[in-house]
Design a protein around this ligand. Structure first.
Ligand SMILES: NC(=O)c1ccc[n+]([C@@H]2O[C@H](COP(=O)([O-])OP(=O)(O)OC[C@H]3O[C@@H](n4cnc5c(N)ncnc54)[C@H](O)[C@@H]3O)[C@@H](O)[C@H]2O)c1
Length: 405
């Protein structure tokens, strides 16, 4: 007869007050041995979030890092020491060394967008498991090249579209796609209003040729979610947008910033679902909202950070199902320590999925094809903004020599 297993507490395992316990007296608070070792390529703000989250999750550890910027290396060492004060990170001198060290099982690529394809080519040569940050590339052509690389890759290649794991989207996915509480989905809308882009090493995110421009760089998350909820391929995209407020006076090495800061995007899907996206990047705080309308109900959810000392909920979700079925109103959230580790806990659960994926379990983590389609919709929206015309996706891909993926 098998005995039920006592659930171990990873939160307790990290509680410094239990540090006095000899290793052999730890049971509930035992962190267990990490099963995997990862190297992180690019340890800016996002690479450090991956280090933090890997150590917090506990089933893997960070073995080494590679970043040409000494400040980023120091920051990574500091984050790592918080979890493993007695261990040193291996710091590699080259990308090739970092990718091909047999001591590492997996690679996390968190370099600027315009480097992803080149870095991935080296990383894929190692045959290791890879978590590649979003957007997978700055152009549809490069994203397609990554789809080709992924076809021959013998291990996991997961894309960092981790907003799927924010508590409100996780719950919305459950309601709309698994429980089908809304019936057939017909109309979806997402709003993102936030402060301008943060400073980055080399300020790559102020220039479209390095970032892919705002709709690719940042909003690929939302196009991924629209694609996921629509459950079909985008057929036509129409958009309007501009650089109205942000970085109009920003120059670096004689080059002016050229990124969008506001846009409205309409996507028609091949199954008749319609979607809309509303972006404003000069808002005082962070606000994200999704509304999904089906033929049997409507879901609305939001997440908000105002920086004010108010005590109202920071997340909210309602599922309204009319007179025949129960409706519900909830505040989706994760444990506070996990939410504080970055992106309201989404990066943590992305890592849970990465490790589950490596272990051969089925997850909802973004595949390379899904990453590709998030870039396609974003890039088509940018083209529509430039031309003022709707973009037919099959023509858009054919013009780039790409058959549908
Ligand atoms: N999934 C998300 O929600 C999310 C959030 C933030 C950033 N990102 C993505 O993470 C990536 C990094 O963004 P960031 O905010 O950390 O930028 P950043 O500028 O803070 O850090 C990038 C780091 O990469 C290093 N770097 C540059 N070229 C490199 C190379 N060839 N090899 C190794 N290191 C190199 C830089 O020195 C820097 O330390 C981007 O692709 C970004 O879009 C994703």
């Amino acid at each position: 007869m098998s005995h039920p297993r006592t659930p171990r507490s990873r939160l307790m395992a990290r509680d410094p007050r239990l540090g006095y316990l000899p290793e052999r007296d730890r049971f509930l608070s035992s962190p267990g041995e990490p099963q995997y070792r990862f190297n992180v390529i690019g340890t800016g703000i996002n690479g450090c979030e991956h280090i933090h989250v890997t150590m917090l999750e506990g089933r893997a550890t960070i073995h080494g890092i590679y970043d040409p910027n000494p400040g980023s290396v120091q920051m990574a060492q500091k984050v790592f020491r918080r979890f493993a004060p007695d261990r040193q990170l291996r710091v590699y001198d080259s990308l090739e060394q970092a990718c091909n060290d047999p001591a590492a099982d997996g690679l996390i690529i968190a370099t600027p967008n315009y480097t992803h394809l080149d870095v991935l080519r080296v990383a894929a040569g190692s045959g290791k498991h890879i978590l590649l940050e979003k957007p997978m590339a700055t152009t549809v052509e490069d994203a397609h090249a990554i789809v080709q690389i992924a076809r021959d890759h013998p291990a996991v290649l997961q894309i960092g579209l981790q907003y799927r794991y924010k508590a409100m989207y996780h719950e919305a996915i459950h309601e709309a796609l698994e429980r089908k509480a809304l019936g057939e989905i017909r109309l979806i809308s997402i709003v993102e209003h936030r402060i301008p882009f943060l400073d980055k090493v080399g300020q790559w995110n102020k220039f479209s040729r390095y970032s892919g421009n705002t709709l690719v760089e940042k909003c690929c998350h939302y196009f991924d979610l629209l694609n996921l909820f629509a459950g079909a391929r985008a057929a036509r995209v129409f958009a309007s947008g501009s650089q109205a407020v942000n970085f109009k006076d920003f120059e670096r090495d004689g080059e002016r910033s050229d990124i969008l800061d506001n846009a409205l995007v309409i996507v028609d899907y091949s199954n008749g679902v319609r979607a809309g996206f509303n972006l404003c990047m000069f808002a005082p705080g962070f606000y994200e909202e999704i509304a999904i309308c089906g033929d049997e109900g409507r879901l609305k959810a939001y997440e908000e950070e105002t920086f004010l000392p108010t005590h109202r909920p920071t997340t909210y979700m309602e599922v309204m199902r009319g007179e025949d079925k129960p409706s519900r109103i909830v505040e989706p959230c994760y444990p506070a320590e996990i939410e504080a580790s970055g992106h309201k806990g989404a990066t943590f659960y992305e890592h849970v999925a990465f490790i589950d994926n490596i272990a051969g379990r089925k997850t909802r983590a973004a595949t390379v094809e899904e990453g590709f389609w998030s870039v396609v919709v974003a890039a088509a929206a940018q083209e529509s903004i430039q031309s003022g015309l709707p973009v037919q996706i099959d023509e858009f891909l054919a013009a780039r020599g790409i058959d549908a993926v």
